[in-house]
Design a protein around this ligand. Structure first.
Ligand SMILES: O=C(O)C[C@H](O)C(=O)O
Ligand code: SF4
Length: 514
């Protein structure tokens, strides 16, 4: 069991830090489709740079290392209880080594278990089979994309597409809609797994099962093959693009599975996965516990580091045309009102992290520090403490900001905060507050956790650690932290505009196809 535990540790570390070859190829293809110098192309360059930084640092590609989900097939006679124990030990060890963020939270008290173990976490599902080896597949699916999963019950009335009936064409409409409704919030460009049929839970299971298929496989069911191809081609016409910035590539993969249903129910379940599609698998020798073979690792491995130099030149050229503004807190209202959607901001100096627990807390309580003129970063980092008790950031990309929509505007006004950084944008309430108060929303590239960790030069303090590592208020000193203004103090929102234009484009897919 000792060797099996070590194999599981290796599988976890590889999955968290090293994107599989099939996913890399899909991202490279997307990059080739974007025209150089656009916001989407620049974001993709940050993403691929981040992928190669994660390779070099053997550190998490994204700070949200998700809900570890294992799917295991064992030959008859293998003790599954022992495998489960070994996996749990490997998870705790990988968390201690900062390869996973402590992500298991008590749903009632909010307490973080600290080691990724707890009721229902990790997810481990077993099956038996006639083969003579153990097959272990692992997916680390983060929260932002998980929140964009959607389940349709047919018939349904869909925005932009009208009636979706109980047939292949109704299914087509649901899938097109699922891509539209995710916008950039699940860190597009994404991959979707679709489950047709089943009940509410088995339908989602089937959808997630599709995410274990290889990106470049071909569906053996002719109807589903056509549907997958149709979706991949046409979803990219929606113009949502990388991170919802607009652009050519919104979807990188679509896999559809089908199962029977009962007469009254007709579910179409969609599991959305961000570009940071961390799933791997291994074949393990049941006698020795050693890894014999890795899945998803056929063919060429794209090493994005080789392309970085070329891109730097293109990016620099494009940046010369973009207004780049340097900010250092405390920021004045006047400075903020000068910023417009599309400007690029580089932040130096102090920023504070604050996400769900902090925003909830600040509604009723005083802030532990003076936030007047300050910058709040929606981020739950991966942290490591050294022997001298000093904290270091191991991964620190933005989290989905829309969850703070009920609080953000009030909190900015209450404490005098001038800028918030996150991803995916915010809604009308925040936009109104930015206008009234003089604030700005800055969009960072979701999942680029190594890239941003590199901009963080020091952890200068921490408050509210009782909320756990991802939810605490970290005081960070940054240099050259780059983000784009996507909502300004003049009532402009790139997110609102992309939502509107993509809905118009969605309605072009109203007519029957299948
Ligand atoms: O929890 C996080 O750090 C990010 C999350 O995966 C998100 O996409 O919002
Ligand atoms: S931040 Fe983005 S890339 Fe990371 S897990 Fe969430 S959705 Fe995925």
């Amino acid at each position: 069991m000792e060797q099996f535990q070590k194999s599981m540790y290796d599988l976890i570390v590889e999955t968290s830090t090293n994107l599989p070859k099939d996913v890399r190829r899909a991202i490279k293809a997307a990059k080739e489709r974007e025209s150089a110098g656009t916001r989407s192309a620049m974001s993709l360059a940050t993403i691929t740079n981040n992928i190669s930084m994660a390779d070099d640092n053997v550190s998490p590609i994204c700070q949200d290392t998700g809900l570890p989900t294992f799917k295991i097939k064992t030959p008859v006679g293998v003790n599954q209880l022992k495998l489960k124990e070994a996996i749990k030990n490997a998870i705790a060890e990988a968390t201690k080594d900062s390869k996973l963020r402590p992500n298991s939270v008590d749903s009632l008290t909010g307490a973080n278990s600290g080691d990724n173990l707890g009721g229902g976490t990790p997810v481990i599902k077993f099956d038996q089979w006639e083969e003579d080896y153990i097959d272990v597949r692992l997916i680390l699916k983060g929260g932002g994309c998980e929140n964009k999963n959607i389940q349709y019950s047919l018939p349904a009335e869909l925005d932009g597409l009208g009636r979706a009936g109980r047939d292949l064409d109704g299914i087509r409409k649901c899938i097109m809609h699922s891509v539209y409704q995710a916008q950039g919030q699940g860190c597009s460009a994404g991959f979707i797994g679709v489950g047709i049929g089943g009940d509410r839970s088995s339908g989602y299971d089937l959808a997630k099962e599709q995410l274990f298929r290889s990106v470049d496989d071909v569906n053996p069911n002719e109807d589903l093959r056509k549907l997958e191809e149709y979706i991949l081609e046409n979803a990219n016409e929606l113009g949502i693009g990388t991170m919802g910035f607009g652009g050519e590539t919104t979807l990188l993969g679509c896999k559809v599975g089908v199962m029977n249903r009962i007469p009254a129910s007709f579910f179409v379940s969609v599991a959305y996965n961000c570009w940071a599609y961390r799933r791997l698998g291994v074949k393990v020798n049941p006698d020795t516990g050693e890894i014999n073979e890795w899945h998803y690792q056929d063919g060429e491995k794209i090493n994005f580091a080789d392309e970085a130099a070329q891109e730097t030149a293109a990016t620099t050229e494009a940046e010369q045309e973009t207004k780049v503004v340097t900010l250092q807190a405390p920021i004045t209202e006047e400075q903020i009102r000068e910023l417009k959607v599309g400007d690029v901001v580089q932040i130096n100096g102090r920023m504070y992290t604050g996400r769900d627990a902090i925003h909830h807390h600040l509604m009723e309580n005083d802030a532990p520090v003076d936030l007047n003129g300050q910058v709040i970063y929606h981020c739950g980092p991966v942290m490591m403490k050294d022997d001298q008790e000093k904290w270091h950031v191991k991964a620190a990309g933005p989290t989905t900001s829309i969850r703070e929509e009920p609080y953000q505007g009030d909190i900015m006004k209450k404490f005098g905060i001038r800028a918030v950084i996150g991803k995916g944008g915010m809604g009308p309430k925040t936009l109104k507050a930015l206008e009234e108060h003089g604030g700005v929303y800055l969009n960072a590239i979701g999942g680029a956790a190594q890239y941003y960790a590199d901009c963080i030069k020091e952890v200068e303090g921490v408050d509210l650690m009782n909320f756990g590592i991802p939810e605490a208020m970290w005081h960070l000193r940054v240099e050259g932290f780059t983000a784009v203004v996507t909502m300004d103090s003049h009532g402009n929102s790139l997110h609102r505009d992309v939502d509107k234009s993509s809905l118009e484009k969605l309605s072009k897919f109203k007519e029957r196809v299948f």
